[in-house]
Write a protein that binds this ligand. Structure first.
Ligand code: CTP
Length: 403
């Protein structure tokens, strides 16, 4: 899955012959799962038509401050366009537009949008050899880079003039790869390993029966997704669940019992930077597991249970560099109990779920949590979707590891 999935990409097109490649660029952005809008300089319409670009992007194309097709003359809001964008990519970027951008000139809607945009801006220059080498163009490049814009360098090859050299706009695939790599390199958990547990565990009684619980695994899967989206390499150890995840950065390790989960967690824990143990692990399991299906006989039936290993506690006992997060599901004396678990299991952070809160806990898509840190900070959150809770949790972890 591309990091560009669901991103709002504003593509700016200026008047260079490479504008014909912008159509392919729109297709590649769409293929990567992005939403695309196009803003053009008036002169660029001589090289590629708005109709082609609106068809490919499935969005209206903007090339002037007013909507010329409308008798009422609707103003095209460049500020809104700039705010809509997560990324602004200007490709091709001509010497003329780059010089204007470098000097705050604002005589068309593309330039006005550039001045209003708050998002990262990438530009892919395209011009003839001597224009690319000219000192004034180099000054535009360095000025724009000093403003925080990112330059996607032009390639070398045959140019429209027939000359051979530098100035050819980077190929659409190169532009996409450049942007994807740039975004990935800046993700805060890039290079970090995150270990997550999710779901219930099933403890066998005989070959057909088990003791389990109602955990859906949704919270843990959302945490895995949020961590992976922040660039982490994730190991997700999960008990039996209907949840699914497809993300290049997530390695799924399915297990059944608490013992399996314990072993799998310890295969990865010491090598992790962050461990978030959200699974609803069985605290007890049948002491004896029957080889054959147990037949019904007496009117009552007693199962002797023994304690499972506390996975979270065992991690707390051996942790060195790892940032360790546990969950506490409580029905009474919530804060006190959670603080007790934070200390006794040697955690850096505990996420308290109270079953007294409506909409929190097992089998629902929302959760209401309170974070308690090892520094005794207490951060209460509203009822939110589990995806939002996962995102809040990752922000809390980033705050603590950066501190
Ligand atoms: N946990 C674990 N291994 C276990 C039991 C729990 O790793 N055998 C972890 C859970 O993943 C969770 C945390 O411990 O992060 C708290 O689980 P919880 O059931 O609330 O607490 P317990 O310590 O089991 O205590 P109690 O059930 O008595 O409240």
């Amino acid at each position: 899955m591309s990091i560009l999935k669901d991103k709002n990409i504003l593509l700016g097109i200026t008047a260079g012959i490479a504008a014909y490649k912008s159509a392919s660029l729109v297709r590649l952005f769409i293929k990567a799962g992005a939403n695309v809008k196009v803003v053009m300089t008036p002169a660029s319409k001589d090289f590629v038509t708005p109709l082609t670009l609106s068809t490919l992007s499935k969005n209206e194309v903007f090339s002037s401050f007013v909507d010329e097709t409308d008798d009422n003359q609707v103003w095209n809001n460049h500020v809104e366009l700039g705010l809509w964008a997560d990324l602004f990519v200007i490709a091709p970027a001509t010497a003329n537009t780059l010089a204007k951008m470098a000097n705050g000139v604002c005589d068309n809607i593309l330039l006005a949008t550039y001045l209003s945009a708050k998002c990262p801006v990438y530009f892919a220059p395209a011009m003839d050899l001597d224009m690319y080498k000219h000192q004034s163009t180099k000054t535009s490049f360095s000025k724009l880079i000093s403003f925080g814009n990112k330059m996607i360098p032009a390639g070398t090859g045959e140019l429209a003039s027939g000359l051979v050299g530098e100035g050819r706009m980077a190929e659409p695939e190169t532009i996409i790869n450049f942007i994807e790599k740039d975004i990935l390199d800046q993700l805060p958990l890039r290079g970090k390993k995150v270990l997550i547990t999710a779901g219930p565990t099933y403890e066998s009684l005989d070959p057909v029966r088990f003791i389990g619980n109602h955990s859906s695994g949704k919270m843990g899967f959302e945490i895995a997704k949020a961590s992976a989206n922040l660039g982490a390499q994730v190991i997700l150890v999960t008990g039996p669940t209907h949840q699914s995840i497809t993300h290049d950065n997530v390695d799924l390790k399915p297990v059944i019992s608490a013992e399996d989960m314990y072993n799998e967690v310890h295969n990865y824990f010491l090598d992790s930077d962050i461990a978030i143990l959200s699974a609803a692990v069985a605290d007890y399991r049948p002491k004896n597991v029957a080889d054959q299906k147990i037949k019904k006989k007496d009117s009552t039936f007693t199962i002797e249970l023994e304690k499972t290993k506390d996975i979270l506690k065992s991690c707390g006992e051996i942790k060195d560099k790892q940032f360790l997060v546990g969950f506490a599901l409580e029905t009474n004396n919530e804060l006190e109990n959670a603080k007790g678990k934070l200390q006794s299991k040697n955690l850096d952070l505990i996420v308290l779920n109270s079953l007294q809160d409506k909409g929190a806990g097992f089998g629902v898509s929302t959760n209401k949590v309170t974070f308690i840190t090892s520094g005794n900070d207490i951060v209460e959150h509203e009822l939110k979707s589990k995806a939002e809770v996962a995102s809040d949790l990752m922000q809390q972890i980033l705050k603590q590891i950066d501190a």
